[in-house]
Design a protein around this ligand. Structure first.
Ligand code: NAD
Length: 476
């Protein structure tokens, strides 16, 4: 079994203890991951701190060139990373284009796009005020060392979302991947470290205690965190104690509202992928669908046809559209929510029977005859079990969509764009898509409201989030 290593100041390091990474489709051991010791975590932050000043001092175009070289690595090593990702995360290899099943190759293509596009953005200083007597110029300067803490669902792409803007703006990074999906991230970071100056990118691995030590480290100047609301709240409290800025991308329970003028045959495929992308293990998936009673049955029929066309199995095998859930804890949680809905009398329709027996599989499932108040509707399932709620009164649906403590994404589906926009503006979510769900873009700010997060990533706004502002006021 291969022993994977961390990058500390350009050197691959092991730790006295390690843990195993498991293939969720086969339950085979993929390799061992070092469990970073407190001393190693401190040394890693120190290395990032040492490297930061010279990285920030590079001419902007040199940093851009480095980042564009990172973008190239996703082409050169894309297939290697995609296979590792499928083995470790579980999503199928799939393809990259809109006609293909979105899987690991799609994630790697996302890594490349979210590297190349920020590389070409910049935040030059701006004159914010000027008159005869004074000139006020605002600079966006790096913060220093950025800690990046990632989840297991899109492990490489989310890491890129955190790492690349931070590097672009002259920060150095220490990344702590999820303990469930460390290997793919370690390999990606190793490839990045081969390109970058020593100490600019570093990694530590382990469970929450490793992330927690990073959060508390006095030389960490910014925390980028993507994961559960529960952990995000803890991190926000710790960071507040040191007055360190955080960007938090947390859980959601996105509502999709299908108006009666939507055409089920036209929207079904987009709505399906908006709900089931990565087997529902996506932060901004549609996690509860409200559909007008007049088109409910027709939409359900469309969904049943789609479910029947999606083979579930080991994502390394050709023709597989959906892999397993990533880990046992998540599988148990989703099964539990489904059992709860069944006990309340909901109707359950299951798609393809998984072709493998060993892994953390369950069929794609839709649940009807279900209402708000049922746990499967009110809680984030983060898996392939989708509640579809029939409604008659739109105002009630808007209230239901907004009643939860989270507000990451939402969507409205209609053939009347103006009407959809009028509904969209009433939905309490960081992004509301019309006739799509979860369609993030590298130039469009993305973040959650309420307990779904704090701050935004992507685009120029995302760059601002990894900078400090400094104003220089000159009197003439
Ligand atoms: P998690 O909160 O359990 O873990 C995320 C990361 O935080 C892991 O690396 C973990 O080791 C680390 N961690 C745990 N405790 C910590 C602590 N006290 N201090 C510092 N780090 C700690 O989340 P998860 O189960 O890996 O991810 C699933 C959740 O992430 C879902 O709720 C999902 O909606 C959310 N998510 C949100 C987005 C978004 O952009 N908003 C994207 C993906 C996933």
């Amino acid at each position: 079994m291969k022993a994977y290593k961390n990058i500390l100041n350009g050197v691959l390091v092991e730790s006295p203890e390690s843990f195993k990474s498991i293939n969720p489709a086969t339950l085979e051991e993929l390799g061992s991951v070092p469990y970073s010791t407190p001393d190693q975590i401190d040394a890693t932050v120190e290395a990032a701190k040492r490297a930061q000043k010279s990285w920030a001092a590079l001419p902007d175009q040199e940093r851009v060139a480095y980042i564009l070289n990172i973008a190239e690595l996703f082409g050169e090593h894309g297939e290697f990373l995609a296979e590792l990702l499928t083995r470790e995360q579980g999503k199928p290899l799939g393809g990259t284009g809109p006609q293909d099943v979105p899987g690991s190759r799609f994630e790697i293509a996302g890594c490349e796009a979210w590297t190349r596009i920020p590389a070409n953005l910049s935040l030059p200083s701006e004159v914010v005020y000027e008159d005869d007597s004074r000139r006020d110029e605002l600079y966006r300067l790096p913060l220093g060392v950025v800690a990046a803490i990632t989840p297991w669902n899109w492990p490489l792409m989310i890491a890129v979302w955190q790492i690349i803007p931070a590097l672009r703006m002259g920060n150095t990074v220490v990344i702590k991947p999820s303990e469930y999906t460390s290997i793919g991230t370690l390999e990606m970071v190793r490839l990045m470290a081969d390109i970058l100056p020593v100490g600019v990118i570093n990694s530590v691995t382990g469970k929450g205690d490793v992330g927690s030590r990073l959060v508390d480290h006095p030389d960490v100047n910014k925390i980028m965190f993507t994961g559960s609301t529960e952990t995000g709240l803890k991190i926000a409290a710790r960071a507040a104690a040191r007055l360190v800025p955080v960007t938090l991308e947390l859980g959601g329970n996105d509502a999709a509202v299908v108006l009666e003028d939507a055409e089920p045959s036209k929207i079904a495929a987009d709505l399906f992928w908006g709900a089931f992308l990565n087997g529902g293990q996506t932060c901004a998936c549609a996690k509860r669908i409200y559909v007008h009673e007049s088109i409910h049955d027709e939409l359900i029929n469309q969904f049943k046809t789609l479910l029947k066309a999606m083979p579930v199995g080991d994502g390394m095998k050709p023709g597989i559209a959906f892999g397993p859930l990533q880990n046992k804890v998540q599988l148990d949680k989703v099964v539990h929510l489904l059992d709860d809905a069944k006990s309340e009398g909901a109707t359950v329709y299951e798609g393809y029977e998984p072709s493998e027996k060993n892994g953390y599989f369950m069929p794609l499932t839709i649940v009807t005859g279900i209402k708000d108040g049922c746990r499967l509707v009110d809680e984030e399932q983060f898996g392939p079990v989708l509640p579809i709620i029939s409604y008659s009164n739109l105002d009630d649906v808007i209230k239901a969509a907004n009643k939860l403590a989270v507000g990451l994404g939402a969507s409205v589906w209609s053939s009347n764009i103006q009407r959809a926009q009028a509904v969209a503006i009433q939905l309490e979510a960081g992004t509301v898509w019309i006739n799509k769900h979860g369609a993030v873009h590298p130039l469009v700010p993305f973040g959650g409201l309420k307990k779904s997060g704090m701050g935004v990533e992507f685009g120029v706004e995302g760059l601002k989030a990894v900078c400090q502002t400094r104003v220089i006021t000159t009197f003439k």
